[in-house]
Design a protein around this ligand. Structure first.
Ligand code: ATP
Ligand code: MG
Ligand code: FE
Length: 349
């Protein structure tokens, strides 16, 4: 089937076309620059930007695929989690396309999309596989059996900040541009990862093996910056960035690899915006090789939010014979990740 995927949970408007597991075209528009002067995503601005970007993005994805709207066999859309107003724009558009084309509609969990992104580059996921989701809002270790059929098992989540949030907030303290994650990655290239020893939270023998915590790391980085400023010395930003990145990558990859070994799973999939981080990628590769684990990480352009990953889930849902949603499909801003497809009917109030 030809599946149109639509994503609008945060500040990226994405559309993708997937046919039988193959990516045919995708386009992303971002309102990131409009949020930069506020230092974070402004929901109302994001929602309005989605309204403007939606049609052009869908048309661009179709044109890359060399297809017309009438070729679309199903529509999948992120219906949660995310910003309510932003999600509404994508869901409304998806309903319009599905109704006009008289094709099935699927509500997709945004994080299942991040996981499925990898299948567009590396083919079907092995069952089971260990998934490390590291993004702006989430840091979780998941045991995934069949992504669209079985419930997803949460081994652990972050107890406070997400890894991406930690990068974004520390970047601000370091005076780096928004968005912080990519800025830290760039700054770290010229720095020494051993310059500052930042803590490795929740890696002690008595700590929860699968839980994460990044707020203490954020505070430690802020304190380090303050001490430098109080001493009147210039902040060695590159060293701070490299050391922070090393601490985050160390914790993430160490826990992910030991979760694989503990559960006897031989494939680790690292997904989400922070999977774009160069040190997370290289350290994961190194440690997986040592442990005899196959590592899968989506290409950079599919790590951050996009519509192709939502189309990928939709394609799997169609092919597995899943029941579509109705035009009553509601957004669920705080949807827990249990199933890849969100409930076809609105949840009772
Ligand atoms: P979620 O998926 O949890 O709802 P989100 O959609 O906002 O959150 P993503 O788009 O998946 O998150 O990822 C964005 C996050 O990834 C931001 O925190 C950003 O700073 C981070 N990020 C992107 N590229 C890099 C990089 N190279 N290094 C570190 N962090 C990065
Ligand atoms: Mg974003
Ligand atoms: Fe995301």
């Amino acid at each position: 089937p030809v599946v149109l995927g639509i994503e609008s949970s945060c500040d990226e408007t994405g559309a993708g076309i997937v046919r039988d597991g193959k990516l045919l075209g995708h386009a992303v528009a971002s309102s990131m620059e409009e949020h930069a002067r506020f230092g974070g995503v402004v929901p109302e601005i994001a929602a309005r930007a989605h309204v403007h970007a939606m049609r052009p993005v869908v048309e661009e994805a179709l044109s890359q695929a060399g297809l017309k709207l009438r070729d679309v066999d199903a529509v999948a859309v992120t219906s949660g989690p995310g910003l309510a107003g932003a999600l509404q724009v994508g869901v409304a558009a998806a309903k319009g396309y599905a109704f006009a084309l008289d094709v099935p509609l699927y509500g997709v969990h945004h994080l299942a999309g991040h996981v499925a992104a990898d299948t567009l580059e590396h083919g079907p996921l092995p069952n089971p596989c260990m998934v490390l989701i590291v993004s702006g809002g989430h840091t979780s270790l998941l045991l995934v059996r069949d992504l669209v059929k079985d419930p997803i098992l949460h081994l652990g989540d972050t107890l406070d900040d997400a890894a991406g949030e930690c990068f974004d907030k520390v970047a601000r303290v370091f005076g780096l541009p928004y968005p912080g994650g990519p800025a830290i990655d760039r700054a770290a290239r010229d720095g020494d990862p051993k310059a500052v020893h930042f803590p490795r939270p929740l890696t002690g023998p008595r700590d929860d093996r699968h839980a994460f915590s990044f707020s203490g790391l954020k505070t430690a980085a802020a304190r380090w910056a303050e001490q430098h400023r109080a001493a009147g010395s210039e902040l060695p930003v590159a060293d701070g960035a490299a050391s922070l990145q090393e601490a985050v990558a160390d914790v993430l990859t160490r826990k992910a690899v030991s979760a694989c070994l503990e559960h006897g799973v031989d494939t680790l999939v690292v997904v989400g915006g922070v999977a774009a981080n160069s040190r997370v990628r290289s350290l994961a590769q190194l440690r997986c090789e040592k442990a005899g684990i196959t590592l899968r990480v989506p290409p950079l352009r599919l790590c951050t939010d996009n519509g192709a990953m939502i189309a990928a889930v939709g394609d799997l849902l169609v092919r597995s014979g899943a029941e579509p949603a109705t035009l009553d499909l509601a957004v669920d801003p705080s949807a827990p990740l249990e199933y890849a497809a969100l409930k076809p009917y609105p949840l009772p109030a």
